[in-house]
Design a protein around this ligand. Structure first.
Ligand code: TXE
Length: 480
């Protein structure tokens, strides 16, 4: 018997699928069923889009200050149920409860509070010209389809919902079928506060059955997608053919570039955290560690010691610092890459296997793994693994480090670790990624542009980039 039962949230109320079909949502750390979930299909998506459309006119005419207050009420609602959200997210993803309390849930609250403010302080252009005056208007796009992944479920869903609602759109959300629980709680908060029906809708289900219908729906003019590059290609092709507004935040194979003059202890901590946070399941994770050769041996051992010091265990145990992966299937995928690493000549310096503790046997656990001696161009070092596996590679010059960092099809994020200011700025400018951190990682200001280049996606969200993405900017030119 599942602990939770999740239905779609359409037009202000919870509904099962029209087909009556459901699917099980497993609890990855315990190998049992966590939730029974309504399995959405095209007809359920059509109902949700219709509700969103009908609510759209009223919501678009709602004064900005009132929309801002609604976002604050959602933030208050999540905060009021903070522990419930944290426990649900930890059980559904396998990540430590401590991480949910420190990052996932506070960031979901912050996303709503940030855009509640951003939309109030919006500034639009005015361009006087000879004999005329131009001014810019911001208008909602309409119904947005928001498709989110399993690694940071409520963190990333709220990052889409908040600006979409703030700018006067209505939404149909399709969270990952792998981790639907916190999205269901968000829908319940929306119900509790009495947000006008149809403004926020949620359909659970699988990508090809529910997600695809949302992307191709003729009455959904905008799509924001976060997920894998392969799926992003499908979503992009469908949405672009209909000239939809489109934001794709996809995969990454990010480099952490470590120079010999770095602050060693702080860099080991920072680079290890970048590689293994959320069990390595963040698109921004630094899974390739490039080290200036004189420091290679010491640094590799420092990373290995950090990995061995993790406490792998039940996500709900306060002592746990490293949880399970998101599913048994994903654990098997990661395990397959470790086997590939060995075939490609890699030396396992730490981890590389499932934990020996029999109490963890039912869960999707895998030890944080450090691999050395791999050729930088091999599959293990160029394909996105999206798990707790980092590869370490030497370099001798700054130019070589940048060339290695850029020698992958992805371009999402990276980090540079050095105390040489000029070099830090040069490398940051030359690495082909949407974001780069210097002597830090995942330090986030919500106003900055967030997104990737190359196979890591299209578009930027964050601050006014989100306000612009989720709206139609229109120019009015008045003859004087
Ligand atoms: O992502 P998918 P998955 C990477 C990571 C991971 C891989 C696959 O490498 O191993 O992607 O993960 C919905 N039309 N990232 O399977 O398939 C799907 O239901 C419309 C990086 O989770 O991309 C889910 O809600 N929607 C990423 C969402 O897309 C479709 C974080 C993501 O699923 C669809 C997660 C379709 N045809 C994984 N097919 C990041 N950048 O953070 C699926 N979906």
């Amino acid at each position: 018997m599942a602990d939770f039962s999740l239905d779609h949230f359409i037009d202000g109320a919870f509904h099962p699928s029209l087909s009556g079909r459901r699917f099980d949502d497993p609890e990855p750390a315990r190998g049992r069923v966590l939730a029974s979930v309504a399995r959405g299909a095209a007809d359920d998506v059509d109902r949700a889009v219709q509700a969103a459309q009908e609510a759209g006119r009223g919501w678009a005419l709602t004064p900005v200050a009132e929309r801002s207050r609604w976002l604050s009420r959602i933030a208050d609602g999540i905060e009021a149920r903070f522990e419930e959200f944290a426990a649900a997210e930890a059980r559904d993803t396998g990540k430590p409860l401590s991480l949910c309390r420190a990052v996932d849930i506070p960031r979901a609250v912050a996303n709503f509070r940030f855009f509640a403010g951003a939309v109030l302080h919006d500034e639009l252009g005015c361009h006087p010209m000879e004999g005329a005056l131009n001014y810019t208007l911001r208008r909602p796009v309409g119904v947005f389809g928001l498709i989110s992944p399993w690694n940071l479920p409520i963190y990333l869903l709220s990052w889409k919902v908040a600006p979409a609602l703030a700018t006067g759109n209505t939404v149909v959300c399709k969270p990952s079928e792998v981790t639907p629980l916190s999205a269901g709680l968000l829908a319940d908060v929306v119900r509790e506060i009495g947000l006008p029906p149809g403004v926020f809708n949620l359909v659970h289900g699988f990508g090809p059955e529910a997600g695809q219908r949302l992307v191709e729906h003729p009455d959904v003019p905008g799509i924001s997608f976060t997920g894998g590059t392969a799926t992003g290609k499908i979503v992009g092709a469908t949405a672009s053919a209909q000239f939809k507004k489109l934001s794709l935040e996809l995969g990454g194979k990010n480099a952490s570039i470590v120079f010999a003059d770095c602050d060693l202890e702080a860099t080991i901590e920072g680079v290890a955290r970048a590689g293994f946070a959320n069990q390595g399941q963040i698109c921004l994770c630094g899974s390739r560690v490039l080290v200036e050769r004189p420091l290679l041996e010491r640094f590799t051992e420092g990373l290995a010691a950090w990995a061995r010091a993790r406490v792998i265990g039940d996500p709900l145990d306060p002592a746990t610092t490293f949880g399970s992966l998101v599913s048994l299937a994903h654990r098997d995928k990661v395990e397959g890459y470790v086997a590939l690493a060995k075939e490609e000549g890699g030396r396992i310096v730490a981890g590389g296997r499932r934990p020996e503790d029999p109490a963890l046997g039912e869960g999707a656990f895998f030890e944080p793994t450090v691999v050395a001696d791999l050729p930088p161009g091999c599959r293990t070092a160029t394909e996105e693994i999206f798990g707790p596996v980092i590869t370490v590679h030497p370099f001798d010059t700054e130019e070589e480090a940048v060339a290695l960092a850029n020698a992958v099809r992805y371009g999402l994020a990276g980090s540079v670790w050095t105390q040489n200011l000029g070099r830090a700025h040069r490398v940051a400018a030359n690495v082909e990624s949407g974001m780069i951190w210097v002597n830090c990682w995942l330090l986030r200001d919500l106003r900055v542009p967030f997104g990737g280049m190359k196979d890591s996606g299209v578009g930027r969200e964050g601050g006014r980039h989100s306000l612009d993405f989720y709206s139609e900017l229109r120019n009015v030119c008045v003859k004087l």
